[in-house]
Design a binder for this molecule. Structure first.
Ligand code: ADP
Ligand code: MG
Length: 660
């Protein structure tokens, strides 16, 4: 496009240049002024020469010039030339129009005044002026005599009237001078016009130069653009080559990746089949594991049965620092070195026969296990942990501590007041085991829900140990939840759903604190009340559609010591009667279960009524009999051992797992 424009411009430039040259030449050649000057001078010279050569009287130089001009110049030719020149200017002006149009289009701006109509009119005027001036001269010169006649009159002067002729000539000369003045002014006008033409020509030359420079600039730009274009083309070709090479590389890579992908897909398919095989194996193993677990539970239950559904563990607490006072060891309690199940109480009494002899009485008892004072809480728990496991397997489990006040029941069940990890009792340890075992059983598809409650029974009245400020007149009644399940619950009692063992520990601590408050208010109230911690366990195995429910009950009984009724009055007497009633009721229930009586007197006390599901055929019961090592407590220890022995000899049916 730019190239085409430049070519067009070049062509116009050439045309315009030629035109300009031609015009310049024409104007130079055809200038009437120049013609006239040359002619005048030439004629003057020839006249001069003629005058020099002739002896005749010489006319004046002015007259000669006029005559010569008239003689030598053909007016018709001059007029014709002028008209031609004007016509030529006109025609050139018209023909030049497109070029002017193009130039103005490119901003060159050639003056239009020189061309076109104005130029034409000027040329015509000029020609007309010259024609007018010169055209009249011959008439003046040629018809000089007629002018003399006109000036002088119609009468012809005789030849001798030189004076008249002279005056006529003077008149003619005056006329001629006037005309010469006119011609001179017109000549000046023409010169001015000529100068203007020259100026406009110069201006146009400058514009032409500017246009040329612009064209040169455009050409150089074009060349630069062409070079740039070539560079770009080279670059493009290079890029295309690179692109082709890259495409080849990428195609190769793609093929490689496709091959890798195919290999990986094959590998994945192989692995999937391996996984499927392993999954089948896992299912099979799960099945075997489940069977093994069921077998374990069955065997576990069998072992528990063989041990007896009511088991008794005897524990003798150590002497307290305050009790030592010279005593280095326990005097009246003996243990068998070979048998961990035997305990012997000894008592020496004065002989009836004489003062110097003393009779020694031995009372030996055998239980499932007898723990000596050195036994730790951990040792004791190991013996009952199997039973705790049974609670998760769906059996109701009841563990209670029996013994006189100060024998170590609370220590065994809960732990001391300044409890540490080593000294914590059976309740916190049982809770820990339940939660950790439940976690392990999760892998076999078992999930558990635990609900805890903690109450005490004092004077046959229930009190919630998980409520710090109990509302007045709140009645706690033991009721059947529903007839079908025979599950019991206490109205208004706080049952707390627990998900972590720490939650249960906090509840135990709260209950302990609430019991301590009561202790200060009612003077060792705790020794005269039973505390019952219960954890309801609901297990389900959704994979095998199995559910089991059970209750783990841990009971710290009131002190079993017998009060001297004759010395007890008022509240103390009522307390003693209530304790005796509930503990003897517990004994009766166990005996009735043992002798398989049709009626079991659960309802005779709140304790037995609450624990009815945990005592009997469908439960596993463990009794701690706690003994004080002090000789002064011999008779109470003996009573406790006798009660425990009765219980130990009981066989209470076969426990059934609570499955739905
Ligand atoms: P109880 O609850 O039967 O009335 P406690 O549990 O309160 O008896 O025990 C009375 C005291 O004996 C407490 O100071 C307790 O710390 C301590 N005691 C009990 N059993 C043990 C034991 N096995 N080891 C150390 N101290 C014990
Ligand atoms: Mg206690």
């Amino acid at each position: 496009m730019a190239k085409a424009q430049i070519c067009d411009l070049q062509q116009h430039l050439e045309v315009t240049q030629n035109l300009a040259k031609k015009r310049k030449n024409d104007s130079m050649e055809r200038s009437p002024l120049t013609d006239r000057k040359i002619n005048v001078e030439t004629v003057a010279d020839s006249n001069k020469n003629q005058a020099q050569r002739s002896r005749l009287p010489q006319p004046s130089l002015k007259r000669m010039r006029l005559n010569t001009t008239v003689d030598n110049i053909d007016p018709a030719v001059v007029v014709k030339k002028s008209v031609c020149s004007a016509a030529s200017a006109s025609s050139k002006g018209v023909s030049s129009r497109p070029s002017i149009g193009v130039r103005s289009q490119y901003g060159v701006g050639l003056a239009r005044a020189i061309h076109g109509t104005e130029a034409r009119s000027r040329a015509v005027n000029c020609a007309a002026t010259v024609a007018g001036v010169i055209g009249k001269k011959p008439r003046v010169a040629v018809t000089a005599p007629s002018i003399v006649q006109t000036a002088v009159g119609s009468k012809k002067r005789p030849a001798w009237d030189l004076k008249g002729q002279l005056s006529d000539m003077k008149v003619q000369l005056g006329n001629m001078k006037t005309r010469v003045c006119e011609y001179t002014s017109k000549l000046e006008m023409s010169e001015l016009q000529s100068r203007q033409l020259h100026e406009s020509m110069d201006q146009r030359d400058k514009q032409l130069d500017a246009a040329r420079a612009h064209i040169n600039e455009l050409q150089s730009n074009l060349k630069a653009v062409e070079l740039l274009l070539k560079d770009r083309e080279v670059e493009l070709a290079k890029c295309q080559d690179e692109n082709t090479a890259m495409q080849g590389v990428l195609e190769n890579k793609l093929k490689m990746k496709e091959m890798e992908l195919t290999q990986k897909v094959t590998c994945i398919e192989e692995q999937q089949s391996t996984i499927a095989e392993q999954r089948d194996m896992i299912v099979e193993r799960d099945e075997r594991l489940h069977c093994a677990e069921q077998e374990r539970r069955r065997l576990h239950n069998t072992v528990q049965e063989l041990k007896g559904n009511i088991r008794v563990i005897c524990r003798v607490r150590p002497l307290l620092d305050s009790e030592r006072e010279g005593l280095s060891e326990i005097q009246n309690v003996q243990f068998s070195a070979s048998d961990e199940k035997v305990i012997i109480l000894t008592k020496s009494e004065e002989s009836h026969t004489g003062h110097d002899r003393k009779d020694e009485f031995k009372y030996d008892f055998s239980f499932d296990h007898v723990f000596q004072p050195i036994a730790t809480q951990k040792d004791v728990f190991e013996d009952i942990s199997q039973l705790v496991q049974s609670a998760l397997d769906g059996y109701n489990v009841c563990i209670f501590a029996y013994g006189q006040t100060g024998s170590g029941k609370t220590f065994t069940m809960e732990g001391p007041d300044d409890m540490t990890c080593d000294t914590k009792g059976m309740i916190p340890r049982a809770v820990d085991q339940i939660f950790s075992t439940a976690q392990e059983l999760k892998t076999m598809g078992w999930t558990y829900k635990f609900t805890a409650s903690f109450l005490e029974i004092y004077n046959e009245t229930i009190r919630d140990l998980l409520v710090t400020k109990p509302e007045k007149n709140v009645e706690y009644e033991i009721k059947l939840l529903n007839n079908k399940s025979k599950q019991l619950h206490v109205t208004n009692l706080k049952y707390v759903t627990v998900t972590m063992k720490d939650q249960v520990h906090n509840l135990i601590a709260m209950a302990k604190a609430n019991r301590s408050v009561a202790k200060t208010a009612a003077n060792d109230h705790s020794s005269r009340s039973h505390s019952v911690f219960q954890l309801q366990i609901e297990g389900s195995n959704s994979d095998r559609d199995l559910q089991c429910t059970s209750t783990l009950s841990l009971v710290d009984l009131a002190g079993s010591e017998r009060l001297d009724k004759s010395q007890s009055k008022g509240d103390r007497l009522r307390e003693a009667q209530a304790i005796n009633t509930s503990l003897s009721c517990l004994g009766h229930v166990i005996m009735s279960l043992s002798s398989k009586e049709s009626h079991i007197p659960y309802r005779n006390s709140k304790l037995t009524y609450l624990l009815q599901n945990n005592l009997g055929g469908n439960s596993k019961t463990l009794m701690f009999v706690n003994l004080s090592p002090l000789e002064e407590n011999f008779s109470e220890s003996l009573n406790s051992l006798r009660f425990a022995n009765k219980v130990n000899n009981c066989v209470i049916g076969t426990a059934q797992v609570n499955r739905k």
